[in-house]
Structures are given as structure tokens and as C-alpha cells.
Design a protein around this ligand. Structure first.
Ligand SMILES: Cc1ncc(Cc2csc(CCOP(=O)(O)OP(=O)(O)O)c2C)c(N)n1
Ligand SMILES: [Mg+2]
Length: 559
């Protein structure tokens, strides 16, 4: 490790007073980051101070590192840009591994910045507090859940290492890891350069586009399935225009739910196999040429297909390559392919830009006890009169209730499916978009990260939080009925809202839910927690179909 030359004064003239910390923060901002989420510790206090005092990016602290990771992930998804999570070495960063793993699996460019030991203490030869096996253990652990990593312990290479790692996060749309030794934070540092991102090979993209269009033209039942990369690379507008020009029916994946909110295109809806709308399943599974754009091939996207999709008849553009049945085009960035397709697009089908798919409205105002799907109907009614709100949904039935809400921006971990993201993602929506979100979260998931609502008052955040309280890990009960460990106690969450700085109400009937939603919508002064009491053993229509399909599939496999 090389210490900075004694002539720091000379150095700082070359660096215009910029330090390693502010050079990193400038580089993050230059690349689209809009805020920093974090939780400090002694190894990262110098960097925290630099974030605070430089004010290059606003700093929001949360109460537990998983929430910091979830919030940074949500900010990345919402803005199709970098999300930033700053934590301390060891106890902090390793607390966040699961959230970063989720970001990796779901292609979200989170930048993990961890404070680290300084040169002197690293040389002491003593075990440092927060150290695992070796000083490099954390780096090795994060190597497995990120696409690029660096320890910024060489001032000469730090600017290029930062550029390499951040530009890789953008081009791969996956998380990255930076460790900043606490004794180097304030060292003079030149501006971080912009490295040339991998340039799209336009010629190859055009050749690929011609082959795709030839296959779509030759097909009798072409269809297009679009996944999360459409959002990660900010391509929803271009893709909607392309699909309108082609006139081919379009569906989004389970992961891609919430794409194209406000766009006009021949969108059939969300493909959920036998758990979703039959006409959507038929269009996707019956296609004799299925063009998949930005789709993660996962069990949640394809796990409940009526029949296996014939991948030989499909074309898949994902992770910067395009795969046909027996050959590939490497190095084709999705945006370059979409641009090349748009250049030669012509009407192939007659699928008109369909009106938004059907969503249930008209919840009756009466004393009928609530069921999960009533929550979606009540939200659809509210949005029909007051305009849509962005939604953050946690894992459990809340994820499936979110499928039944009309087209709107949706942040939900539909593939890696870790619980706990709902509330932190809702807080990120507040700061990343300036809009007021609705959070859908089960009682089990709320027990994990719901307490982050206690941070709303400091920052003026006012989400509407619907806690679906069935006193149960109900989604697990669907797959493994009659086990007592799925029964949770009644935690009376609504009563905890005021001490946390918000308002809370408990509702049991449809009329009470409608009144509570209307009141919460009117009151933007603080977070509004609506505790929706639901019976055990009852799930949303979507989860009911999904779990029935999973059971049916497992029966078929056993035969
Ligand atoms: C971090 C993590 N640990 C465990 C699990 C496994 C799980 C998936 S769904 C579920 C129950 C969720 O209960 P909740 O009350 O929130 O919602 P509901 O089912 O509608 O009643 C669990 C425990 C996951 N996915 N992530
Ligand atoms: Mg529950």
C-alpha cells in the first residue's frame, strides 16, 4: 500500500481540492445517483462525514442495514440508475449481503460502499473488531454477489478503479462493491474519468434485428415477452413504440409487472402461466416465435406454465447477448437491438394498442369482512378517482395483491423474493421520485423492516402503508398447510403508528377500508398505517391460482 507523497499541497492543486471521498461522490452523481442510503460505523465515519459535509448527494440513514440495501436497490430500479448504500465494515456490510444478492439476481445496479481498515491498523497484525476470517473476507463475500469490486487502497489507481467499477454497474445493471480504507478518505484525488462504456456493435445489431424480424414475419402466432431489463436500461418508451409498430401481442413477465405504466402498446397483461389470465398464457405459450426482451429465465417467471415454452422457437435478448435456437449474437446491448429493430419495424401483426388489461373495481361499501383481493379493488377504486400512486410490495400475498392493482409503477422482488423490501422500498420511492407511495406488506414481513417507518418524520416521508395482517405466514401455509408454526400472534400494528411518528387505523370490513384509504390519501402530513385484518387460510385470487398451479404441477411431476 502506498501512502500519499508528502507534497500533498502540490497534489491538491492537481486535484483542485478534491479528495478520494468527494471524487467518488462526484463520480456517483455524474453517473445518475441521486441520493445515498446508509448506516454508519467507526470504519466508515470519515466517509460519512465527507458525504454529509460535501452535500454532493443527500444522505438518508435507516435503522438496519438490510433496509439500507433494499432502499438503495429500489432507488436504482425507480430511476434506472445507480442506487448507493454506505455501511461500515463487517457487522454493517455483511448484514446487507442478502439485499445485495437480491439486487444481483434482479439486475439492479446498487453501489455498495463499505468503510475499511486503514493501512496502519491492517499492519498491526491484531484481529480487528468486525473482522471475520481475514481482512479480505468481506471483499471475497461480496465478490459472489456483485459484478465488479475494488478496494481503494492505492491513490494512484483509485480514480480508474472507481470508474471501472461504477461503469460496469451501469453496463451490466448489477451491484458492485467498493471498500474505502478509513485513513485514505480525505487524501487528494483527481476527478474520476469516464471510461468508454462497451460500444454497441451497430452492424451486428442490425444483422440480428433483420433475422428477428424475418422470424417474426414467418411465424403464424408471434408474441413478445418483456422483462425487467426494459426498466433497468430505461427502454420502456422505445419498446412501447416498437411494439406499436410491429402490432405483435405483448406480455410482461411476473418480474416485469408494472412496466409500461402510462404507455400505449398492444399489452395483454402479465404472463403468469396457469396462475394468470388464460388468454395471456395462450399467447405466450402458444407462440411459434416468442421474442423475449430483457427476461430473466426464472421459476417465478416460468414456473407455472401450462406447458413448457419451446425455447427452440424463442429468441432471447438478455445480459448483452441475443440467443436463437442454435446460434448467438454476443455483445448486443438491448438498447442497440431495440434501436435496430425500430429502424426496420413494420406491421407484422394486427394487435392494436390494447386498453389497459382488466382490473377489478367497485368494492362494495358494506360490513363484509375483508379478503386480500379486496385491498387491490379498493386501491383500483382510489386510483380511478385520485390518480395512480407508485407501489412497493413485499413478499407474501402482498406480492400477489400487487398483481391485481391497475398498471402503475411497482417495485417488488418478484424473483429472488426476499421479505423485508416493502417498507424500505416505499421510503426510497418518497425520496427518489418525490411521489407518495402505497406500500403493501404482510404482518410477517412488517415484523422484519416495518419499523423503518420511524424514520419518516425526520425526512418528511408520508407513505400509505397497508399491513395485510392475517396473523400468519400465509403464503407458506399455502404450500404446507396445517403446521402451527405458520400462526403468528396479533401484534396490533396500528397502535404502534403514533409512537413511530405516523397515524394508524385497524380495519376489518370493506367500508372501513374504503374510509381509511380516503382519509389516508387526504392526510399527507405523516405516514399512514392501515392495518387490514384478514382471516388465516384466505389468500388473494392470484396467490390462490399460483399455489393451485404449483400443486398441480407437482402432482403432474409425481405421476
Ligand atoms: C427474508 C425471507 N425469509 C423467509 C422467507 C420465506 C417466506 C416466504 S413468504 C413467507 C411468509 C410471509 O408472511 P407475511 O405475513 O409477510 O405475508 P403472508 O404470506 O401474506 O401472510 C415467508 C416466511 C423469505 N421469502 N424471505
Ligand atoms: Mg401474514
Amino acid at each position: 500500500m502506498q501512502d500519499f507523497a508528502p507534497g500533498a499541497a502540490v497534489e491538491s492543486r492537481r486535484t483542485n481540492g478534491r479528495t478520494l471521498a468527494t471524487a467518488l461522490l462526484d463520480a456517483l452523481k455524474d453517473r445518475g445517483a441521486r441520493q445515498v442510503f446508509g448506516l454508519p460505523g467507526d470504519f466508515v465515519l470519515p466517509f460519512f462525514r465527507a458525504v454529509q459535509e460535501s452535500a454532493i448527494l443527500p444522505l438518508y440513514t435507516l435503522s438496519h442495514e438490510p433496509s439500507v440495501g433494499y432502499a438503495a436497490d429500489a432507488a436504482a430500479r425507480l430511476g434506472s440508475t445507480l442506487g448507493v448504500a454506505v455501511v461500515t465494515y463487517g457487522a454493517g456490510a455483511l448484514n446487507m449481503v442478502n439485499a445485495v444478492a437480491q439486487a444481483y439476481a434482479e439486475k439492479s445496479p446498487v453501489v455498495v460502499i463499505s468503510g475499511g481498515p486503514g493501512a496502519e491498523e491492517a499492519r498491526m497484525g491484531l484481529g480487528l473488531h468486525h473482522q471475520v476470517k481475514s481482512l479480505n473476507s468481506q471483499f471475497e463475500i461480496f465478490r459472489e454477489v456483485t459484478c465488479a469490486q475494488a478496494i481503494l487502497n492505492d491513490p494512484d489507481t483509485a480514480p480508474f478503479e472507481i470508474a471501472r467499477v461504477l461503469d460496469t454497474a451501469l453496463s451490466m445493471s448489477r451491484p458492485v462493491y467498493l471498500e474505502i480504507p478509513r485513513d485514505l478518505v480525505d487524501r487528494p484525488c483527481p476527478r474520476v474519468p469516464r471510461l468508454a462504456l462497451p460500444q454497441a456493435d451497430a452492424t451486428a445489431a442490425r444483422a440480428c434485428a433483420r433475422e428477428i424480424l424475418d422470424r417474426l414475419r414467418a411465424a403464424e402466432r408471434p408474441a413478445i415477452l418483456i422483462g425487467v431489463e426494459a426498466r433497468r436500461y430505461g427502454l420502456e418508451g422505445k419498446l412501447a413504440a416498437l411494439c406499436r409498430a410491429l402490432g405483435v401481442p405483448v406480455a410482461t413477465t411476473f418480474m416485469g409487472r408494472g412496466l409500461f405504466a402510462g404507455e400505449i402498446l398492444p399489452l395483454l397483461g402479465t404472463y403468469l402461466g396457469s396462475a394468470g389470465e388464460p388468454d395471456v398464457a395462450e399467447a405466450v405459450e402458444g407462440a411459434d416465435c416468442l421474442l423475449m426482451l430483457g427476461v430473466i429465465l426464472s421459476d417465478t417467471n416460468f414456473g407455472v406454465s401450462y406447458r413448457n415454452i419451446d425455447l427452440r422457437a424463442s429468441i432471447r435478448a438478455f445480459d448483452g447477448a441475443v440467443a436463437f435456437s442454435h446460434h448467438n449474437y454476443p455483445g448486443i446491448l438491448l438498447e442497440a437491438l431495440v434501436d435496430a429493430l425500430a429502424e426496420i419495424a413494420e406491421p407484422i401483426g394486427s394487435a392494436a394498442a390494447a386498453p389497459s388489461p382488466r382490473y377489478t373495481t367497485g368494492l362494495v361499501y358494506d360490513d363484509t369482512p375483508l379478503e386480500p383481493s379486496d385491498v387491490a379493488t379498493a386501491l383500483n377504486d382510489l386510483f380511478a378517482t385520485s390518480g395512480v400512486m407508485p407501489i412497493a410490495a413485499d413478499v407474501g400475498d402482498s406480492l400477489f395483491v400487487g398483481l391485481e392493482v391497475c398498471e402503475t409503477d411497482l417495485v417488488a422482488p418478484g424473483y429472488y423474493a426476499s421479505m423485508g423490501m416493502g417498507v424500505p422500498a416505499g421510503l426510497a420511492i418518497c425520496t427518489a421520485t418525490g411521489r407518495r407511495p402505497v406500500v403493501l406488506v404482510g404482518d410477517g414481513a412488517f415484523q422484519m423492516t416495518g419499523w423503518e417507518l420511524g424514520n419518516c418524520r425526520r425526512y418528511g416521508w408520508a407513505p400509505i402503508v397497508l399491513v395485510l395482517n392475517n396473523r400468519s405466514w400465509e403464503m407458506l401455509r399455502c404450500f404446507q398447510p396445517d403446521q402451527p408454526y405458520h400462526d403468528l400472534d396479533d401484534w396490533h400494528f396500528a397502535q404502534m403508528a403514533v409512537p413511530l411518528g405516523g397515524e394508524g387505523v385497524r380495519v376489518e370490513t370493506r367500508a372501513q377500508l374504503k374510509d381509511a384509504l380516503a382519509a389516508a390519501y387526504r392526510d399527507g402530513r405523516s405516514f399512514q398505517l392501515i392495518e387490514v385484518m384478514l382471516p388465516r387460510g384466505k389468500t388473494s385470487r392470484s396467490l390462490c391460482r399460483y399455489s393451485a398451479a404449483m400443486r398441480q404441477l407437482s402432482v403432474l411431476k409425481d405421476e
